[in-house]
Design a protein around this ligand. Sequence first.
Ligand code: NAG
Ligand code: NAG
Ligand code: NAG
Ligand code: NAG
Ligand code: ZN
Length: 467
Amino acid sequence: MTVYLTLLILVAGLIQGHCRPEGYKHKPLEEMSKEVSNYADIAQKIIELAMYGKAQNRSYERLAAFTDTIGHRLSGSKNLDLAIKYMYNALKQDGLENVHLEPVKVPHWVRGEESAVMLLPRNHTLSILGLGSSVGTPKGGIEAEVLVVESFDELKRRANEAKGKIVVYNQPFVSYSETVVYRTSGASEAARVGAVASLIRSITPFSIDSPHTGWQWYQPGVPQIPTACITVENAQMMARMARRGTRIVLQLTMGAKTLPDADSFNTVAEITGSEHPEQVVLLSGHLDSWDVGQGAMDDGGGVAISWEALSLVKDLGLRPKRTLRTVLWSAEEAGGVGAAQYYEQHKGNISNFDLVMESDLGTFAPIGLQFTGSDKARAIMKEVMKLLTPINVTSLEEHGEGTDIDMWMKSGVPGASLHTADSKYFWFHHSQGDTMTVQDPGEMNLCSAVWAVVAYVVADLDEMLPR
Ligand SMILES: *[C@@H]1O[C@H](CO)[C@@H](O)[C@H](O)[C@H]1NC(C)=O
Ligand SMILES: *[C@@H]1O[C@H](CO)[C@@H](O)[C@H](O)[C@H]1NC(C)=O
Ligand SMILES: *[C@@H]1O[C@H](CO)[C@@H](O)[C@H](O)[C@H]1NC(C)=O
Ligand SMILES: *[C@@H]1O[C@H](CO)[C@@H](O)[C@H](O)[C@H]1NC(C)=O
Ligand SMILES: [Zn+2]
C-alpha cells in the first residue's frame, strides 16, 4: 500500500466518524473491495435460492402464467390495462411493499384489418404487419406497381421511378441498430420521392416467413403513407422478380389508425430501505409488448426477473439500506413513452438514484452486465460482479443499454443492463414467434440471481455509487 493510499484511508476514516460534509471523499477502492467481498455468503444464498431452492423456475412459471393469461399487450390496448391490473395484484399478493401505479399517457395506435396481395406476376398473398403509427390506406386499398430497392442510396438514384409506386425495401440485415433505420424512416424516405406506400423487409437475421413489426416515425413536412413489414422471403422474391424485369403489382389494404392518447400506468413495487429509504436502486423491464405472439421475450423476461429479484431478497428476510424499486414501464415499444414521463416526474430526486437497471434484450443465459458510469463506479461494480463467480457471470462491459433508463444515464446516474447469450433475440423479436417457447427456466433462474445479487449489494453498500 502506498503512503498516499494509507493517508487517504486515514482521512476518509476520520471524516466517516463524523457526519459527511460537502466534498466528502468516497471510500478508497481497497476498502470498498473488502466491503463488497463480505457479501459473498449472501450472494451464495441468493444464487442457491434462485437455482436450487424453492424459487427454482419461479420467474419462468410466473411469466408463463402471466403471458398465457393475458397474451400480448400493445400500448393503449385493453390487454395492456389487464396486464397492469394483473401485475399490480400479483406484486401485492407476493407481499412486496409500496405497490402502486403511476399514471402516464400513452400512444393508442390500432392495427385494424390488413392484407397485401400480389396481383402480378401471380396471385400470391403476402404476410404483413403494419408498423406502429402507420396511417391506413383509403377504403378499398391501394393498387400499385412495386419498386424494389436494396438501400436508401438506390432509392435516391432511382427517385424518378418511385412516383405512384409501392416502394419495397429489400435491405440486407447488418445489425439491428444499423438496419432498423429502414423500419423507422422507410415510409418517409419513400414518400419524399412520391411513393404511395412502403413495405419493409423485416429487421431480422433469420426468418421462417414471419413478419416482424415495430414502431416507425413520420418525418415532418412529408406526406404520411401507409407502411408495413413483409417477410425476408417475400422481399427477396420480389427483388429476384424485379431483377428479371418482371412487373409486380400489389394490392395493399390497411385499416390502421391513431386514436387519442390513452390512460396507462407504470407499475411499481418496492422493498423499502432500512437506513436511506429515499435512496433507490431501480430494476426494470417494460410491461407493454407488440400485438403479436405473447411478448414473453420482449419484454416479459425483463419484467419477470425484475419482480423475481425483489421476491428473492424478501424470501431471504433481507432488507438493504436503500430502497429496491421495481418499475414495469408502460409503452416502451411506442418510443419509451412511460419511462420518459417517469423521468420527468422523478428527476427532481435524481441525486437519490443510486443505480438504474433494465433488462430488455432477452433473459437467455446471462453473460454479464453492460454498465455506464464513472471509472470509480465501474471499479466497484467489477467487485460486485466477482460475487457472481459461482455462476460464472462476472463480466462487466461498456455501455448500459435500454430505452427506458437512457435519460438517467445521460444525466449521470450509473446504469446497468443485462447481457445474455442473445444471438437469437432478433429471430423472435416483434413477431408471432415471441412466445414462452423461447424462454428457458434454468436461464431465467440465472438471470434472476444476477439481478438480485447486483441490486441488493449495491443498495446495501455504505455509500452510493460515485457519479
Ligand atoms: C425446473 O425446470 C427444469 C427444466 O424444465 C426441470 O427439469 C425442473 O424439474 C424444474 N424444477 C421445478 C421445481 O419445477
Ligand atoms: C387470388 O387468390 C385468392 C385466394 O385463392 C382468390 O380468392 C382470388 O380471387 C384470386 N385473385 C385473382 C385475381 O385471381
Ligand atoms: C422525492 O423524494 C422524497 C423523499 O423520499 C419523496 O417524499 C418525494 O415523494 C419524492 N418525489 C418524487 C417526485 O419522486
Ligand atoms: C464462463 O463464461 C465465459 C464468458 O461467458 C465463457 O467463455 C467460459 O467458457 C465460461 N466458463 C465456464 C466454466 O462455464
Ligand atoms: Zn423491448
